[in-house]
Design a protein around this ligand. Structure first.
Ligand code: MG
Length: 358
């Protein structure tokens, strides 16, 4: 008899006791008192700034930027874009940022100028220390950890997603700052995800420290926020449409349910014996010696059907059901309260059903 889990009245009323943590607060699964996240209105245009973004360049002026000496940014604004003024020096944001989502669009000179690292080189240097390389990498050779999409001197991009010189190219960056304890000891590295022209080129990449030419310097303690820098590397790279969103602190990971090795003493199976009911089903389990067997009764339009089950322990509180003629693999997981078995959840074919011990 096939176990027709899909015919059961499946619902999300699981009594999972897995606690989840958000900061210091613990939330039950599907807790309706848990605050919903704030509403952000996305842009109507592709690549446009969402409602909570700080627009750093909207095509008109460089008021959000300054030279690294604090004077007005000397680069050239025209036609809704701005261009690196070679030799004038890098510019930086007036505001400071740490954890952030950054959108920037850039274009290499067309026709191309120079070769290798002098071919349309600029860079987005987050916190003034961690350079995401900007370079004309379209049919152009340079060292891998120095091409477009590279964390400079550390990680090449996963793929080369470059467009031709003159074409507008897009970086979408998710950056997590390095964290230090009160003594200045590094707790977690800077981490950066980069989507380049819609293609993932850095996947939560953990930086070795600040980026540098021919060097990999160590981390050193930093403020939580610092300006980010746009690099003058001597070529007239253009930029447009730059916006940033500050990100909240990272969410604490949920605790995982850790399985212990296979139950060594089958006599322990007696703890699972009993009757479980709910959602139109009844599971009766009996323990006999090294075996844990059961019968699953389900209600169908034609009446009650019964399926024999034999459970094999995969790990503590997790079993696989077998000896079910015609049935696919069924995962059976018990959940406890105060160390006593309270519920059993059966997973099958993407569905699950939770039964409560009677
Ligand atoms: Mg550069």
């Amino acid at each position: 008899m096939r176990v027709r889990m899909g015919s059961l009245r499946l619902c999300a009323g699981i009594v999972a006791s897995i606690a989840c943590l958000h900061g210091q607060e613990a939330w039950r699964v599907h807790d309706r008192d848990r605050p919903n996240p704030p509403v952000v209105t996305p842009s109507e245009s592709t690549g446009g700034a969402p409602s909570d973004a700080l627009v750093l360049f909207d095509g008109h002026n460089l008021d959000q930027f300054e030279s690294q000496q604090g004077s007005p940014a000397p680069w050239t604004v025209a036609d809704g874009t701005f261009t690196v003024k070679p030799g004038s020096g890098s510019i930086q944001t007036k505001r400071e940022f740490g954890d952030c989502q950054l959108h920037a669009e850039w274009a290499s000179p067309n026709p191309p100028q120079g070769e290798d690292q002098m071919r349309g080189n600029s860079g987005i240097i987050i916190m003034g220390l961690y350079e995401l390389q900007v370079l004309d990498s379209y049919n152009a050779r340079t060292y891998a950890d120095g091409q477009a999409g590279a964390i400079y001197g550390q990680y090449p991009p996963l793929v080369n997603a470059a467009k031709a010189p003159g074409a507008w190219q897009v970086y979408d960056v998710i950056f997590r700052r390095p964290k230090f304890d009160k003594t200045g000891r590094l707790i977690s590295r800077a981490r950066e995800t980069v989507i380049y022209n819609g293609v993932v080129v850095q996947d939560a990449t953990e930086l070795s420290g600040p980026t540098a030419y021919h060097n990999r310097p160590p981390y050193f303690p930093l403020p939580e926020k610092l300006p980010f820098v746009l690099q003058d590397h001597g070529t007239p790279v253009r930029y447009r449409n730059i916006w940033i969103r500050e990100l909240p602190p990272e969410v604490e990971p949920l605790p995982v349910t850790s399985f212990v090795p296979l139950r060594p003493d089958p006599a322990g199976y007696v703890a699972y014996a009993g009757t479980y009911e709910g959602e139109g089903a009844r599971l009766t389990l009996t323990s006999s010696g090294p075996d844990l067997k059961g019968e699953l009764a389900t209600q169908t339009p034609r009446g009650e059907t019964k399926s024999p089950m034999e459970l094999v322990a995969m790990s503590d509180d997790a079993f696989t059901a077998r000896s079910l003629p015609g049935a696919d693999l069924v995962r059976v997981v018990f959940a406890r309260e105060n160390n006593a078995i309270k519920t059993v959840t059966m997973f099958h074919g993407g569905h699950y059903v939770t039964l409560t011990r009677r």
